[in-house]
Design a protein around this ligand. Structure first.
Ligand SMILES: Cc1ncc(COP(=O)(O)O)c(C=O)c1O
Length: 380
């Protein structure tokens, strides 16, 4: 179940046992999210993007249902192997910027699938993972998505075939094409346009004697935060129908979802540890903040659903974290300015629950000021 909807008494009991801040996580929700995607995109292999949340309990739950994993570093490879994944069968090294030491370690454990988007990466992969399978990542429109990954990643589609030929010339095995429509993508058209570009690259590559066999549609599948209208099944069906109109069954469809697998399967419970009035506004200070779980409020203006576990009248509050930096404030408007949010009246020791806190929270939290990330409590 989505732990945001756990009864208040249950949350208070978890806090009495484990303290705060804690992540309350549901394995069954993670598995349901994974299966929903898997079922709506037939013949699909899913590689969970470990970067979204590498907590061992999450990785183990996904290994248990046969998931694959998209990894971005030596640390992520070690984490999924420790959880029981098989390096050759289950892993894609999908970061296009790879430290050679990490390529070497990947090769040493048997990982043999790498994504790239420039000529220098081909040289690095050929040097440290000779003969490996490679996929070229192309730049596609990220319009309407929250994290615009195409600003940093993806070769221009017109470079894809020259890149694939260069990979072949250096002894690598060009296997496919990948893209990422941007994280928290709310417009399914982005996948449709991108698939059309990939079809074109498949045809041009075939004319050069390169027969590709894999399309990797990346991540981007969205999570419910506020009032977004999200229907993953419908999105999957639309992508799937278009995919089947372009490619035959010999071409493998792959995806690397992160956010949509873990996002709504984890809530954060944090406690008021201090309060004040500043410039006429009420401030609440919590034991977690933007250097912990709420970094994406600063980076991407994320707005998480929140509720205070008290019964007081609605009251506007500025919400801040515990560190000694002024940027550690997680109630912010669309421009990133500090604002208030309405919560029931709250005071010292009261609890705040933030929902949809599974993706890019724990994974991005820092050790600034000596604060540790919240601990995980699994409810099922
Ligand atoms: C290469 C790659 N694949 C997959 C993902 C996961 O994306 P999402 O969490 O939007 O599903 C990312 C996110 O940054 C990525 O960089």
């Amino acid at each position: 179940m989505n732990p945001f909807f756990l009864p208040q008494e249950d949350i208070k009991n978890l806090v009495a046992e484990h303290g705060t801040p804690i992540y309350v996580a549901s394995r069954s929700q993670i598995i349901e999210n994974y299966r929903r995607l898997d079922d709506s995109l037939p013949a699909l292999t899913l590689f969970y993007a470990v970067k979204a949340n590498p907590h061992p309990g999450i990785l183990k739950a996904l290994v248990g249902i046969g998931a694959g994993f998209d990894v971005a570093s030596r640390g992520e490879i070690e984490a999924v192997l420790a959880a029981g994944a098989d390096a050759r069968e289950d892993l894609i090294f999908a970061d296009t910027v790879k430290d050679p030491k990490h390529i070497q370690q990947a090769t040493a454990v048997g990982l043999d699938d790498f994504t790239f988007d420039n000529f220098s990466e081909i040289t690095q992969i050929a040097r440290f993972a000779p003969g490996a399978n490679v996929h070229v990542r192309i730049r596609v429109s990220n319009k309407g998505s929250v994290a615009k990954l195409s600003e940093k990643f993806g070769a221009e589609p017109s470079y894809a075939v020259p890149l694939l030929k260069a990979a072949r010339d250096q002894g690598l095995f060009p296997r496919g094409v990948s893209f990422h429509v941007g994280s928290q993508c709310l417009q399914v058209e982005r996948y449709i346009e991108a698939l059309d570009l990939v079809r074109n690259i498949f045809d041009k590559a075939a004319a050069e004697g390169i027969n590709l066999s894999m399309v990797d549609i990346g991540g981007g599948f969205p999570v419910q935060y506020e009032n977004e209208k999200i229907d993953i099944k419908a999105m999957g069906r639309t992508i799937s129908n278009h995919y089947m109109s372009l490619f035959d069954e010999n071409v493998m469809l792959v995806a690397e979802p992160g956010r949509a697998v873990v996002g709504d399967a984890v809530s954060l419970v944090t406690k008021v540890i201090s309060e004040s009035v500043r410039d006429g506004r009420n401030w609440l200070y919590f034991d977690d903040g933007t250097y912990g779980s709420f970094l994406d409020v600063l980076l991407y203006r994320m707005k998480y659903p929140m509720k205070g576990l008290t019964d007081g009248p609605p009251t506007p509050y500025v919400l801040a974290g515990p560190t000694c930096d002024c940027i550690d404030v997680f109630s912010r408007d669309a421009k990133g300015e500090i604002c208030t949010v309405d919560l029931p009246e709250m005071h010292l020791d009261d609890l705040l629950v933030a929902g949809s806190m599974g993706a890019y929270t724990y994974a991005e939290s820092t050790r600034f000021n000596g604060f540790e990330p919240p601990k995980f409590v699994y409810i099922d």
